[in-house]
Design a protein around this ligand. Sequence first.
Ligand code: T4K
Length: 378
Amino acid sequence: MDNLKSPIYVTKPSLPELQDFFPYLEQIWKTKILTNNGPFHKQLEKELADFLGVPYISLFANGTLALVTALQVFGISGEVITTPYSFVATSHSLLWNNIKPVFVDVEPEFCNLDPEKIEAVITSNTTAIMPVHVYGNPCKVERIEEIAKKYGLKVIYDAAHAFGVDYKGKNICNYGNISILSFHATKVFNTMEGGAIICHKANTKKQIDFLKNFGFAGETTIMACGINSKMNEMQAALGLLQLKNYNTNNEKRREIDHLYRQNLKGIKGISLLAKPENTVSNYAYFPIFVDEKEYGISRDALYEKLKTKGIYGRRYFYPLISEFSMYESYDSANPAKLIHAKKTSQEVICLPIYPDLDSKEVDYIFRCISDFRIHSSV
Ligand code: T4K
C-alpha cells in the first residue's frame, strides 16, 4: 500500500468524545432506566423533531424495523411499487408484511424511482409506493404525490440515507405519508444501530409507539401484532451527543464532496451525480460511475485495483434487489424493464466519505483513480 498507514473504508463512523458519554452512562446506571421510553429516549425524540423540523418522530432499534412498522401502521397490503436500486432492507420490509414488491426502473439523473414508470404498473392490488431517496438525493416528490393522489395510494419514503436533507425549504421527511430514517453506524447520524419513523399526526405516532412495543395500548390491551423494536437508553443518549456534532461533521463532508468534484470531473470515463437543486444535502455518499469504454477498465476492475491500494469503496447498489435469487422470479424483476437501474448498478462505486477523511487521503484516492485510467489499455 503506497503512502497509507491504514486502509480507507467507505465510511468511518463519527463518535463523540468518550468522556462526554460518561455522564449519560452514570445517569443510566443510577436510575436503572435502560429502555421503554426512558428520559433520554423522550429527549432525543423532542430534540430530533426540533432539529429536523418534522412534526412527530418515533425512535426505533434500527431502520429496517422502522420500515416494517411504517407499512403496518397504514395497513398496507397487496402490492407496493418500489425501486430495485436500494439496500435489500427496502424490499425485505415488504416481504415481512406479506406484500408483493413491484419493481420499477430508476431515473438516470439521481438513481431514484422514476415516477413516469409508476402508472403503468398500478393494479387493483396496489396500495402504496415506497420510493428511496438514494444517497440522500430527493426523489421527484411532487410528481410522486400527484400520482399517489390520483390513485389513492399511500407514499412511504425510505429516507434511510436522507438524515438532515432539506428540499425546497423543508425537511425531506415532511413529504409523503410517512418516512423512515436509519441511524446505523454507517450513516451520517448514528446511534450505533437505530432508526426512526417520521409522521404527520399525533394519532399515527401513538399507533407506531404501540406497534414498536408488542402492540401494547395500555397495560392490558393489545391493538395489533406489534413487535419489539424500541431504541434503548444508551442509543438515545449517544444520539443526543451525536446531534451536537452533526453540523460540524456535515461541513467536513461538504468539503470532501467539493474536493472530489473538483478533482474527478476531468477524468474521462468517470461521471458523477449532479448536485440536486433546491436541496440542503447531507453528503452521505459519493458515488462515481465508470464507463468501461471511456475509462479503459471495468467498474469491477477499478474496484479491485483500488482495494490493492487500500481503498475500500462499495458497490452500493450491486446487485440490484431484483437480482437476488429470492426476488428474481417476480415479473417486475425482468431486467429488460429495469434498464437504468441495471446500468447504474454495473457502473457504480461509492468512494469513501466521512468527516475524518483528510484532503491528503482524498487526493490519494483521486490520484489512484486517475492513474488507473492512464495505465489502462485505451
Ligand atoms: N433502507 C436503505 C435504503 C438502507 O440503505 C438501509 C441500510 C436500510 C433501509 C436499513 O437500515 P438499518 O436497518 O441498517 O438501520 C451497510 C449497513 O449495514 C446498512 O445499514 C446500510 N443501509 C447499507 C447501505 O450499508 P454494509 O454491509 O455495506 O456495511 P459494512 O458493515 O460492510 O460497513 C461498511 C464499512 O463501514 C466497513 O467496511 C467499515 C465501516 N464500518 C462499518 C461498521 C458497521 C465501521 O468502521 N464501523 C462499523 O461499526 O451495509
